[in-house]
Design a protein around this ligand. Structure first.
Ligand code: SF4
Length: 374
């Protein structure tokens, strides 16, 4: 279960997620999240919820009582397993010592902390709301109270040298966290970052440097016992995020809140990305969503896309069983060139990306799945 909290203190320059910097509608929105949980209680009938993930936006803008109110509703209307993973995405500026201590007493048992960088210049360039001191202080306190912590870092930031990147990784490692998520800075359309780059205020991102920094990351974290179980996610064994893994393994999920996506195995749906429209619709007991039924080709394409990003790869047996021999042969034929270039390889009955291919997995996947077989 994914719950989207669409509020942030300020807009990070690179971000294209759905959020509002006005908290005026926070109370009404929380009521509507609970109402949506109620309205959709039959969607996952007879299925167990293994993980609840508060993402955003900035979920740590909610108080413990507000988070508790939403978790109560999840327990009221759904079958939650005995020891669910309950994650809160949190920003360092919200995580004072007392908040961390209060969260540690709640049902939230995993924190995903948006550190992004331990350099003031990077944080300023990205317009993050926190500073380095807050980042270090919150990690110091959080690791005293939570065992399951993930740190988010960003690489490929203009001006971030390889040496500085290594220092960022080492600083995160010094806190002994069992999970690290790292993303290449991406210039999304209509973001402030795109405008600044176009105006020459900020240098453009350098894809080759980003790839170098990804390689540094993989080498450094693997040497420390982390598994790069998905392109952007590194976990110690037993600490892979259940929430993230569910997406990559094609499990059904329920997305609550504005802009949240859901998937039931056959259909994908997404809520409106507008807080006012979302609230109005839910208050009228109408789901503000659009639904798409996935074709066989859609499902094949999605499996290739997600499979190639993960350590589990693409199962050729699954392709044959679920999609038929024509799809399997097509995939093998299309993969040949990448296998020759050492970007993909076959291990037993699986198609996987090599270390060199992983950073390029999205591009490789899209060239494998542009098909329309009947
Ligand atoms: S805090 Fe997160 S969701 Fe909010 S603007 Fe920054 S990156 Fe986007």
């Amino acid at each position: 279960m994914y719950i989207h909290i669409p509020f942030c203190k300020q807009a990070c320059h690179y971000c294209d997620f759905h959020f509002s910097t006005s908290l005026k509608k926070k109370e009404a929105l929380i009521q509507c999240l609970v109402q949506e949980l109620k309205l959709r209680k039959n969607e996952l009938e007879n299925q167990n919820i293994e993980t609840i993930y508060f993402g955003g936006g900035t979920p740590s803008l909610l108080s413990c009582n507000e988070l508790d109110f939403i978790i109560d509703a999840a327990y009221k209307y759904y079958n939650i397993v005995e020891h669910p993973e309950i994650t809160l995405e949190a920003n360092p500026d919200d995580l004072s010592d007392s908040v961390i201590q209060e969260l540690a007493k709640s049902r939230i048992n995993r924190l995903s902390i948006g550190i992004q960088s331990f350099y003031e210049s990077d944080l300023k360039l990205m317009n993050r709301a926190h500073n380095v001191k807050e980042a270090l202080k919150c990690l110091d306190e959080a690791t005293k109270h939570f065992d399951n912590i993930s740190v988010d870092l960003i690489y490929g930031i203009p001006g971030l040298t390889n040496a500085a990147w290594i220092k960022n990784i080492e600083t995160a490692l010094a806190f002994n966290v069992p999970h690290i998520s790292c993303y290449a800075l991406t210039v999304e359309p209509k973001t402030a970052l795109e405008t600044f780059i176009k105006k020459g205020v900020i240098a453009n991102v350098d894809d080759d440097l980003a790839q170098e920094q990804f390689n540094i990351l993989v080498d450094t974290l693997e040497a420390e016992g982390f598994v790069n179980y998905e392109l952007s996610n590194f976990g110690k064994p037993e600490y892979f995020s259940k929430n993230n893994s569910a997406y990559w393994l094609g499990k059904p999920y329920l997305g609550i809140g504005p802009s949240a996506h859901s998937f039931n195995g056959d259909q994908r749906s997404w809520n409106v990305s507008n807080n006012t429209k979302y609230i109005k619709s839910i208050q009228n007991n109408t789901l503000p969503n659009e639904i798409e039924t996935l074709s066989k080709t859609d499902k094949f394409n999605e499996y290739i896309m997600t499979g190639l990003r993960t350590v589990w790869g693409v199962s050729l047996e699954k392709i044959e069983n679920d999609f038929g021999e024509t799809y399997k042969n097509y995939l093998l034929k299309q993969s040949e060139i990448y296998i020759q270039e050492h970007l993909l390889y076959i291990d037993g009955n699986k198609l996987l990306t090599t270390k060199k291919g992983k950073f390029l997995s999205d591009g490789i996947a899209s060239s494998l799945f542009k098909i329309n077989l009947s």
